[in-house]
Each structure stands twice: as structure tokens, then as C-alpha cells.
Design a protein around this ligand. Sequence first.
Ligand SMILES: Cc1cc2nc3c(=O)[nH]c(=O)nc-3n(C[C@H](O)[C@H](O)[C@H](O)COP(=O)(O)OP(=O)(O)OC[C@H]3O[C@@H](n4cnc5c(N)ncnc54)[C@H](O)[C@@H]3O)c2cc1C
Length: 244
Amino acid sequence: MTEASRSRRTLVLVDARALSPRVRSLELRTRDGSPVVYEAGQWVNLYPLHEGTPIRRSYSIARAPDPAVADRIEIAVTRVLGGPASEALHALPIGAEIEMDGPFGVFTRTEAQRAAPAIFVGTGTGVTPLRAMIQDEARRGGDGPPLVLLFGCRTEDDLLYRAEWEALAARWPRFRFIPTLSRPSESWTGLRGHVTVWYEPIAAELAGAHVYAAGLSRMVDEIRRISKERLGWDRKRIHTERYD
Ligand SMILES: Cc1cc2nc3c(=O)[nH]c(=O)nc-3n(C[C@H](O)[C@H](O)[C@H](O)COP(=O)(O)OP(=O)(O)OC[C@H]3O[C@@H](n4cnc5c(N)ncnc54)[C@H](O)[C@@H]3O)c2cc1C
């Protein structure tokens, strides 16, 4: 942990947009212009105000480090009904200030892991640290082992960054985007059901792969169990981030 990550800094909300009916993307800049130094996959603590008191909650940084916007981070927040922090972050106006510390976390990729195939498994905003990791790989570019994103949501409207995933898969043969919906419309032609239904057959095709799973514990724990018990993977190949 560096000195900068231990101390609190003030961020300013400079941009925001709805990614889906329940998810708001927030672009935050350091007030003093200092860079936020992080690795793809890490998270920060934010301190939104609830009834005048700051409350601490963690949020994954949703994009790869980019020197062009070194003083900024992007996050995506799911609105939890009655959730004090997520509701405050959904209501935060442009120009408002918020405290942050971090970045923290070991949900990141080493050079050795980069040399192996990867399956990224996310549900809801659990896809955001995976987006940072995949963008990081895309920026490095070129050939390499396959990268597969298995992304689970309820409906088409909940498929965060859908156009981006589809464009990346179309131009970069290394990358495959596999969405699965638990409550799709009738016209949906993709996979149906939870990520835990599809994970085993897809992962079994990826010899020597590492898995990166992020989201709520119920899904993450099941992915860990399938990887160990059904696929026989060593725990060193299983990387997880739990949101609850
Ligand atoms: C390492 C880490 C990274 C995280 N990154 C993100 C992120 O990038 N985006 C994000 O929206 N949240 C993220 N979270 C969750 C976040 O910290 C808060 O728990 C969430 O915003 C709810 O806070 P609240 O005060 O609104 O609700 P609370 O009253 O604290 O309710 C918490 C409950 O909300 C549910 N919940 C928490 N997160 C989610 C979610 N993303 N989707 C659906 N239900 C949820 C869980 O059941 C949890 O028990 C992360 C958590 C951790 C530990």
C-alpha cells in the first residue's frame, strides 16, 4: 500500500451517464490534479454522505489505466433499493465533491497469467474490473491466448457496455463475448440462464486457463466450486472479487 492510497483525497464528479436503468457510470477527477495510480482490476473506497455522515463503500475502477486521463477514475454503480451509498451516488450532481482512498486490491493479472488463456466471469457491475483487465489487454494488442468474457444479466437492457464488447470481439479475434440472460425478451437469440450454467462447458474448452470472477458472492462462490470440483483447477488459477 502506498502513502497516496492510505490518505484520503477529494474527487470531483465531472461526468455521469446511465448505462442501464439501474446502473450509473461516474467519471471522477482528483480535485488537486494528482494522478490515481492503479492496476486494472483494483478498487477504491468512496465516502458518499448519508444523512450528513460519510459512509465507506468500495467500487471497482471500470477502465484500464490511461495516461491521457491519469487524474480520473471511472466507476459504475448499481442502484440497490434502500442502499444508502448507491442511492447517494446515483443522486450526486455534476461538480459535487466526494472523498476517496485507495486504490486497493489484488484482483489483478500478473505477466505469467497473461501468458495463459483467460475466462472472465461477471454479473451486473461485477463486469467493471473485468472491463479494465480486458481493455488493458486490448491496448497491449496483438496475438496471444484466448480471452473470453462470460457476462450474466437479467435482460438486454442490463448488458453494460454491450456495443463496446461487440465491437471489440468483431475486430480482435482473441476476444470472445458471451452474454447470458436470465430474463431475456422473446427475440433474444443468445444464451439463457445464469453464468453458472454455462461456465463449466466453456471453461473446459480453455486448456490451462485462469478464471477471473467478480460480482455477488453467490455467483463467485459457485464459480470457484465448479472450477475446483468439476474442472479440477488448482486454486492458483482461480481469481475472485466479491461485492457483498
Ligand atoms: C471490492 C468491492 C468492489 C465493489 N465494486 C462495486 C462496483 O464496481 N459497483 C457497485 O455497484 N458495487 C460495488 N461494490 C458494492 C458496493 O461497495 C456497495 O456494497 C453497494 O454500492 C451497496 O451499497 P449501499 O450502501 O447502497 O447498500 P447496502 O445497504 O450496503 O446494501 C448492501 C447489499 O447490497 C447488495 N449489493 C451490493 N453491491 C451490489 C451490486 N453491485 N449489485 C447488486 N446488489 C448489490 C448486496 O446484497 C449487499 O449485501 C463493491 C464491493 C466490494 C467489496
